[in-house]
Design a protein around this ligand. Structure first.
Ligand SMILES: NC(=O)c1ccc[n+]([C@@H]2O[C@H](COP(=O)([O-])OP(=O)(O)OC[C@H]3O[C@@H](n4cnc5c(N)ncnc54)[C@H](OP(=O)(O)O)[C@@H]3O)[C@@H](O)[C@H]2O)c1
Length: 299
């Protein structure tokens, strides 16, 4: 083997991954279905393989970044006989069941399998401030942690390979709700148009500091959710409810969409009506949580 790592797929993400491995000093074998996409990487020092099989054979560690799991099966299916003793890290996005199917398939082929999710855009690859998620065989992760750190801070979630895409969905939910809440606040500040009295930039300097407090609340409430008990010493739902009225009123005055603040208020009112006005905000988890549709499971 003449390389440390192989990258299969040189779309925007695969190219960024391969570039980060090269930059970190790893001998990197690359392959892409359509020729011509490896040229810039080869100029940096990557080794272009003539086929996916040649790329796979070049190193003990193969990182796969293709458009979908179907493409991964198409590329790797005929190469099952070449996988024994290698580690396969699949960074292709897909639903949780596909990760488990790929895990079982790789296991039958004698490969160690890690399913990962890239939690940034290609320009963030190689930056240790951004985390990347991995799930699968713990010894495979530990064995390649250092190499994987070349593309971002590697976070190991557990042995079940479905975990990386489950976390992906949860983290994106948190990202969208946080960003939409922030945008709503920017609109309230009047910063959404020219001449706004508070610019988005100025507001965000304070908002970013406030996120430390929000993180503190989340850590406190996480143990309450796990325990199913929601004591509130200082900030009960009754007090949240009164403050939410101010938010809804301010949104109406500003001509902002009131859907989101009214959602907060409706959940809080349901909890208060059920007798939980003295509890912490974490009690709302019981009102966000509905009975799952028959047969529907996250995993
Ligand atoms: N871009 C992002 O910001 C981002 C962020 C997080 C995660 N991801 C994930 O990273 C993966 C790669 O994304 P991407 O942005 O690089 O672009 P992409 O368009 O999703 O993937 C392009 C790559 O897939 C290859 N491909 C597609 N079908 C194939 C097939 N049947 N056989 C062989 N190769 C095939 C393409 O080869 P050809 O060049 O021959 O067409 C190309 O190398 C995706 O799963 C994506 O969801 C991307």
């Amino acid at each position: 083997m003449d390389a440390d790592v192989t990258v299969l797929g040189l779309g925007p993400m695969g190219s960024a991954l391969a570039g980060a491995f090269v930059d970190a000093g790893y001998r990197t074998s690359v392959w892409n279905r359509t020729p011509g996409k490896a040229d810039a990487l080869v100029r940096k020092g990557a080794i272009e393989a003539a086929s996916a099989g040649e790329a796979l054979r070049a190193s003990p560690l193969a990182v796969v970044s293709l458009s979908a799991y179907e493409a991964v099966q198409e590329v790797l299916g005929p190469l099952a006989g070449e996988l024994a003793g290698r580690t396969l890290v699949n960074l292709t996005s897909g639903p949780p069941p596909h990760a488990r199917e790929m895990d079982a398939w790789a296991g039958r082929a004698g490969a160690a399998y890690l399913d990962g999710v890239v939690m940034t855009t290609p320009s963030g690859i190689g930056d240790r401030r951004f985390l990347q998620l991995y799930a699968g065989l713990p010894e495979a992760f530990e064995g390649h942690r250092e190499t994987l750190a070349a593309v971002g801070d590697p976070v190991y979630l557990g042995a079940d390979t479905a975990l990386s895409s489950v976390y992906d969905t949860m983290l994106l939910c948190q990202m969208w709700s946080t960003l939409t809440g922030w945008l709503h606040s920017v609109v309230l500040a009047g910063a959404d148009g020219p001449g706004g009295s508070v610019t988005a930039t100025r507001y965000t300097e304070v908002a970013n500091r406030w996120m430390d407090t929000v993180c503190f609340f989340m850590s406190t409430y996480a143990s309450q959710v796990d325990a199913g008990r929601y004591p509130s010493n200082e900030f009960p739902l009754d007090l949240h409810r009164a403050t939410m009225d101010i938010l809804v009123h301010a949104s109406e005055l500003r001509g902002a969409d009131t859907g989101m603040p009214k959602l907060f208020r409706a959940l809080t009112e349901q909890a208060i009506a059920a007798g939980h006005g003295g509890d912490s905000y974490a009690r709302l988890v019981e009102f966000v949580r509905r009975k799952p549709a028959p047969g529907a499971e996250l995993h």
